[in-house]
Design a protein around this ligand. Structure first.
Ligand code: UD1
Ligand code: MG
Length: 489
């Protein structure tokens, strides 16, 4: 159905006092995104004519999140309640007939649920249609008071409930579809009759119902979709649900996830068939994994692209890196920004890389730092090799050709080039280029001194001869008493 007559209004101006935070509530994250971003994204497929986000607290930061998603913002200042926020939005609305109003703090709602709500509203010719939910514990939410099976008479906020109404377990999600020609006059009649002296949007429902207008409620099929985030505990619960949905999506696409509840995956992450993700892994940002990969326990991968058949061994960290088909990483490797590992290459344990290209089939098996470095195909980097890329002011590059053998514990002081098929002797400090097919040695010569150790041992033994005991002949002197102060020193 086309929604060219619909405006979306997201209420995102509140501070979120119950979170006890300096950050505006809608900028808190759950499931890898800010709350408000989830909501705007859920509305995007509706193709409404306008999406207006009402901002207030940290409005500029909220605008920076929603404007790239084609939403416009209007400033609500001061924040005089949800009814006031909708009134403020009016000036940014075009010629919409209907408005879908959503709070900025209920991020789990799905597009299909919103479509069903709009369809019910249109088909019922209603003034307002409320998305409600039936829950075991309704505390904290406004309750939907019905006058018949289908018709709503009011929404009553938690603070204003009678004992009888407290028993109602159908709650208001704060997601509604309104017919605007009914909403504006109703809102004009709402008074700030509550302890916060705010204009509640919920009070417009009783006004409409009182005029005999049709107010409907659609009960959400999955009550989890309407969870609002007012407290840190709410945020944690919503995050848990998002993560579960995302893991299920990947498992449905053919990915094995061990102990799924321990694995954290951000919404934009993708993974190919038969990839295995072990317990305690985090796949974050825009990470993409190919098919048949394994990511072993404790690894954290952020904004990285990984090909097919890649092995990421336990406890490896990776950010903004690219690992191509058949490569293996870790355990305990750290690939920092700008690392590229070409097909079949190996970056092993306790290796750190930054802006480094490791060529096809090359090996960096252990205890190495490669920064601003290029390593050619089939080169072997010995344990303990360090590229000295920083002179305290600037970063410098190291170029290592193909088929090179760098002996263990070598220090390559950049800028420096090691030619193709060259050798660097173990323990070298290389400060000058090594030409192709050459050996570079940069270390002190070894000297062996025959018999030196025997002589040294003899000398030491004579100075450490045990003294003869004089215990029985000499009267024991009383030990000098040290003053406490001296002792402490
Ligand atoms: C609201 C509903 C309640 C419903 C619950 C569902 C009202 C009065 N109550 O309560 O019936 O069960 O949501 O989660 O609407 N906001 C503004 N400007 C304001 C005040 C709030 O933009 O002046 C925004 C907030 O940033 C928030 C949303 O409106 O995103 C809802 O406000 P909140 O304070 O969370 O309302 P609840 O107490 O949760
Ligand atoms: Mg709320």
């Amino acid at each position: 159905m086309s929604n060219h007559d619909l405006a979306v209004i997201v209420l995102a101006a509140g501070k979120g006092t119950r979170l006890k935070s300096n950050l505006a509530k809608v900028l808190h994250k759950a499931g890898g995104r800010t709350l408000v971003e989830h909501i705007v994204r859920a509305c995007q497929p509706l193709k409404a004519r306008d999406t207006v986000v009402v901002v207030g607290h940290q409005g500029e930061q909220v605008a920076a999140v929603v404007e790239p998603l084609w939403a416009v913002t209007v400033l609500q200042h001061p924040q005089n309640g949800t009814g006031h926020a909708v009134r403020v939005a009016k000036r940014a609305l075009g010629r919409a007939k209907f408005a879908l109003v959503l709070p900025g703090d209920a991020p789990l709602v799905r597009t299909d649920t919103l479509k069903a709500l709009i369809a019910m509203h249109r088909n019922g010719n209603a003034a307002a249609t409320i998305l409600s939910a039936v829950v075991a514990d309704p505390s904290g939410y406004g309750r939907v008071v019905c006058k018949s099976e289908t018709a709503v008479s009011a929404i009553v906020e938690e603070s204003q409930l009678t004992d009888e109404q407290r028993e109602i377990n159908e709650i208001n999600s704060a997601i509604y579809c309104f017919t605007l020609e009914n909403l504006w006059p109703a809102l004009a009649e709402v008074k700030p009759n509550n302890k916060h002296r705010e204009l509640y949007l919920t009070d417009a429902i009783a006004v409409m119902s009182g005029k005999g207008e049709t107010v409907l409620a659609q009960v959400a099929g999955d009550s989890r979709e309407v969870l609002g985030c007012n407290t840190r505990a709410d945020l944690a619960e919503v995050d848990r649900i998002f993560r579960e949905w995302k893991r299920n999506e990947l498992m449905d696409a053919g990915v094995t996830i061990q102990l799924p509840e321990t694995v954290l995956i951000d919404p934009d992450v993708t993974a190919g068939e038969d990839t295995v993700i072990e317990a305690g892994v985090q796949l974050l940002g825009k990470t993409r994994l190919g098919a048949r990969c394994s990511v072993r326990t404790g690894s954290v991968i952020v904004d990285s692209v990984i090909g097919d058949d890649v092995k990421v061994e336990a406890h490896s960290l990776m950010a903004e890196s690219r690992v191509e088909d058949g490569a293996s990483i870790g355990p305990f490797a750290r690939l920092r920004v700008g690392t590229q590992v070409k097909p079949g290459a190996r970056v092993g344990n306790f290796v750190e890389t930054k802006k480094a290209i490791v060529g096809e089939g090359a090996k960096v098996p252990h205890l190495t730092y490669l920064g601003d470095a290029k390593v050619g195909a089939k080169t072997n980097i010995g344990a303990g090799t360090i590229t000295c890329n920083y002179d305290g002011f600037q970063k410098h590059p190291t170029h290592i050709g193909k088929g090179v053998f760098i002996g263990s514990d070598s220090v390559l002081v950049a800028p420096v080039r090691i030619g193709d098929h060259a050798y660097v002797a173990a323990g070298s400090t290389i400060t000058e280029n090594v030409p192709d097919d050459s050996l570079g040695i940069g270390r002190g010569r070894q000297i062996n001194k025959p018999g030196w150790a025997t002589k040294k041992r003899r000398e030491l033994a004579s100075t450490l001869q045990p003294q003869k005991s004089s215990r029985h002949t000499i009267k024991k002197e009383p030990r000098p008493r040290r003053s406490k102060r001296k002792h402490r020193r």
